[in-house]
Write a protein that binds this ligand. Structure first.
Ligand code: PLP
Length: 387
């Protein structure tokens, strides 16, 4: 095994794909400090700037006494009163009869999919689905069918051919895709899941707090909340906290509490974290201007980046600038770092081969003036490359 490890590391290094960890100090206001230098953080998922919001920090501090840790799993004595309050709030927020909180989005996806699907079932999922969805499917033992990204024609083809051969079927999609920032064709997927009698699960990790009139997500924006059986999302991104939720029917919630192993066999989140999550939901309601400014700035940035000649995709606060080759992508990100911008290069295997990119994720903390400075700097990269 030692040899395999050494060979792996050498090969990754040679391909320019070796990843490592950098100690980062988050300063709030969309800034980070790395190795003593300050940067504007264009890589975080703190889309609304809530992780530094004074009300959220205050709620967490107030919930720090008399204990910090929760000291047990939910089914033992770790089901704090705050957990129950949060679940009631989520269920009202997502307009679903019930909700259950998981310790993270990763644990939610792995737990939900492997609890609800099993041998004899099948799962249809988008090719660009998050690793936690893929791992949940793998763990479930259900037969996986991968449809081309956002291609409902392909999904229907697979459903027509395969659905009848399995007992249960689940269709899974993200609503805003994490690496491409584009939106799933939810209405069409809902139509297909009804036609082919499937359960549908939507991962709103990047949409919760941002899309929809009330900021509850893309299912709300597209008017399909009632038809998506399982709405999953996280508190760790736009909500600035930690943990995840699943909003669904009462019996599905009860079933998950009894069968989702990542829920059952893990110590529950500390009450201070849950208190912060509760406050974050309130802020989505009370400070809607944050999501409006964010999406308007994202439109502005996307438009300006396109003018510089880069390939830019997405329809959200996630703005990928596709740069293609791995080494070039790293070079551009290093150049930008020199100018005070922290933009992480995303390379295979996180994204497909040849689709390396700078994944810019915007935050409410980034003002239009800041973005215009960034646009000037990245435009210089393009100019220098041509000459
Ligand atoms: C981030 C993410 C998750 C995992 O959520 P965590 O709370 O960070 O574990 C799940 N699904 C998608 C699409 C994500 O982007």
């Amino acid at each position: 095994m030692e040899r395999r490890i050494a060979e792996f590391l050498e090969q990754r290094e040679a391909e320019g794909l070796l990843r490592g960890l950098t100690p980062v100090q988050r300063l709030g206001g969309g800034k980070i400090r790395v190795n003593g230098r300050e940067y504007t953080d264009l890589s975080s998922n703190d889309y609304l700037g809530l992780s530094s919001h004074p009300e959220i920090r205050k709620s967490a501090m107030e919930a720090l006494s008399p204990v910090f840790g929760s000291a047990a799993s939910r089914l033992m004595t770790g089901s704090s009163l705050l957990h129950h309050i949060l679940e009631n709030r989520v269920s009202a927020f997502k307009k679903k009869p019930a909700a259950v909180v998981f310790n993270s989005g990763y644990q939610a996806n792995v737990g939900v999919i492997s609890a609800l699907c099993g041998k004899g079932d099948c799962v249809f999922f988008d090719r660009l689905s998050h690793a936690s969805i893929l791992d949940g499917i793998k763990l479930s033992g259900a037969r996986p069918f991968r449809f081309r990204h956002n291609d409902t024609g392909h999904l229907e083809e697979l459903l027509a051919r395969e659905r009848g051969r399995y007992r249960g079927a689940m269709v899974i999609t993200e609503t805003v895709f994490s690496m491409d920032g584009d939106l799933a064709p939810l209405e069409e997927i809902v139509r297909l899941k009804e036609r082919y009698n499937c359960v549908m699960m939507a991962d709103e990790a990047h949409a919760t707090g941002i899309f929809g009139k009330n900021g509850t997500g893309m299912a709300e924006e597209k008017g399909v909340s009632g038809k998506v059986d399982i709405l999953m999302g996280t508190f760790s991104k736009a909500l600035g906290g930690f943990g995840a939720y699943v909003a669904t029917a009462l019996d599905v919630r009860d079933y998950l509490v009894n069968t989702a192993r990542s829920f059952i066999y893990s110590t529950s989140l500390p009450p201070a974290v849950i208190a912060a999550d509760i406050t974050a939901l309130g802020l989505i309601e009370n400070e809607p201007y944050r999501r409006r400014v964010l999406l308007s700035n994202a439109d502005h940035l996307r438009g300006e980046l396109k003018k510089t000649g880069f390939t830019v995709t997405g329809d959200s606060q996630i703005i990928p600038v596709i740069t293609g080759d791995n080494a070039g992508t790293v070079r551009i990100s290093e150049y930008l770092r020199g100018k005070g911008w922290w933009v992480t290069p995303v390379r295979p295997p996180t994204v497909p081969e040849g689709k390396a990119r700078l994944r810019i994720s915007l935050s409410y903390d980034h003002t239009k003036e800041t973005l215009d400075r960034f646009i000037r700097d990245i435009a210089d990269v393009k100019r220098n490359r041509r000459t």
